[in-house]
Design a binder for this molecule. Structure first.
Ligand SMILES: [Zn+2]
Length: 359
């Protein structure tokens, strides 16, 4: 494809569906939206018409309000047939939160990737009353602000179960290369990685629809984070690999139905941007590491905006992801500070004066 042929990013609908309502974005495909109690204040969910039942893609968080909103949708735009199947794009609580409710209360089945299933089931079962020493060590190694660390150490930690309905056993696996039928269409299954492991994306063979979850979003870059569960993970490499692979499937006709923000076209352009955003961030970060810094001191080159309380945690895990990536690809070193924080710094060549490599 020639440069610039990726298409302009356009949003066919300027506004999202209102509470309790749905917008039919294509024949038999309904777009609905649920509120979230966090900085990113909404999630998109979709219902696919399977004839005698619905397949619902992603479900929002579990709360009393969420149950009431779903009941309103079930009595409104979804009335007349049951939800037979939940298709879960990835394990994050804003997507999996109500899946167990549909299984327990509505008799729905669950279809997702094996990793999304295992992560969901594990994290919903894993209730911790106190912050673990592993989490504290991880935050210390990231150079978390002392005030925030003290508060987190004292507070009850966040648990998936706080905003996710219990998830019963039993699911149907979707894997790379599968073809699934839903909403009167056949869909190719392509796995994404980086934002969440083994993240489903579904590409219609019969028209231009792509169900993208959080793997491909317009106007915001999906969070790429490292957590105490795997402190040395390099999800950014997984992310870049996914972007490169999925970009080859993209065309200008695609209508992308993502987990947040608005449906859009111009997918080849968006795939290029998603890749370039991180390449740019890595370049700025590398320049910033001309002296040793902790992950908590790397927000300025990465985000180019103020990081306040509501997004501090997300910013920190994303900073660690970028630092792990530079480290594991041999571009920076790290040493332990006395308080346990990693100090990251750019490799300097032994021959030739320092800093000469900055243009
Ligand atoms: Zn997500």
């Amino acid at each position: 494809m020639m440069d610039g042929a990726g298409g302009t990013i356009l949003y066919p609908w300027e506004e999202a569906p209102k509470t309790g309502q749905a917008i039919e974005v294509a024949e038999g495909v309904l777009w609905m939206r649920l509120p979230l109690p966090m900085a990113l204040d909404h999630v998109n969910v979709y219902a696919l018409d399977d004839g005698d039942s619905w397949s619902v893609v992603d479900t929002g968080v579990h709360s009393r309000k969420s149950v009431a909103l779903w009941q309103e949708l079930l009595a409104g735009p979804l009335a007349g047939k049951p939800v037979g199947r939940i298709i879960l794009t990835h394990h994050h609580p804003d997507h999996v939160g109500m899946a167990g409710w549909f299984m327990a209360e509505q008799g729905a089945t669950l279809t997702t990737s094996r990793t999304a299933w295992l992560m969901s089931r594990m994290l919903i079962l894993d209730c911790e009353e106190e912050t673990t020493q592993q989490s504290l060590a991880f935050w210390r190694s990231a150079g978390m602000d002392a005030d925030i660390l003290t508060k987190r150490a004292a507070d009850r930690p966040f648990n998936f179960a706080d905003i996710c309905y219990p998830l019963p056993v039993g699911y149907t696996r979707m894997k790379q290369g599968d073809v699934v039928t839903a909403g009167g269409r056949n869909w190719d299954v392509h796995m994404g990685n980086g934002h969440a492991p083994e993240h489903l994306t579904l590409w219609s063979r019969d028209d231009n629809l792509v169900l993208a979850g959080d793997q491909i979003l317009p106007s915001i870059s999906p969070n790429i984070g490292v957590y105490a569960t795997e402190p040395d993970a390099d999800p950014l490499s997984d992310w870049m690999e996914s972007c490169t692979r999925l970009a080859k499937l993209a065309n200008t006709e695609h209508l992308v139905l993502g987990g947040h923000k608005l449906p859009f076209t111009g997918l080849p352009t968006r795939m290029r941007q998603l890749h370039e955003n991180h390449e740019g961030a890595l370049r700025r970060l590398l320049a910033h590491l001309d002296r040793p810094r902790t992950a908590g001191q790397c927000f300025a080159p990465l985000f180019k905006r103020r990081i306040d309380g509501g997004v501090y945690g997300l910013a920190l895990v994303e900073a660690v992801a970028h630092l792990n990536h530079l480290h594991q690809t041999g571009r920076i070193s790290r040493t332990r500070r006395d308080d346990g924080a990693w100090l990251w710094h750019r490799e300097t060549t032994s021959d030739g004066p320092k800093d000469q490599d900055i243009g």
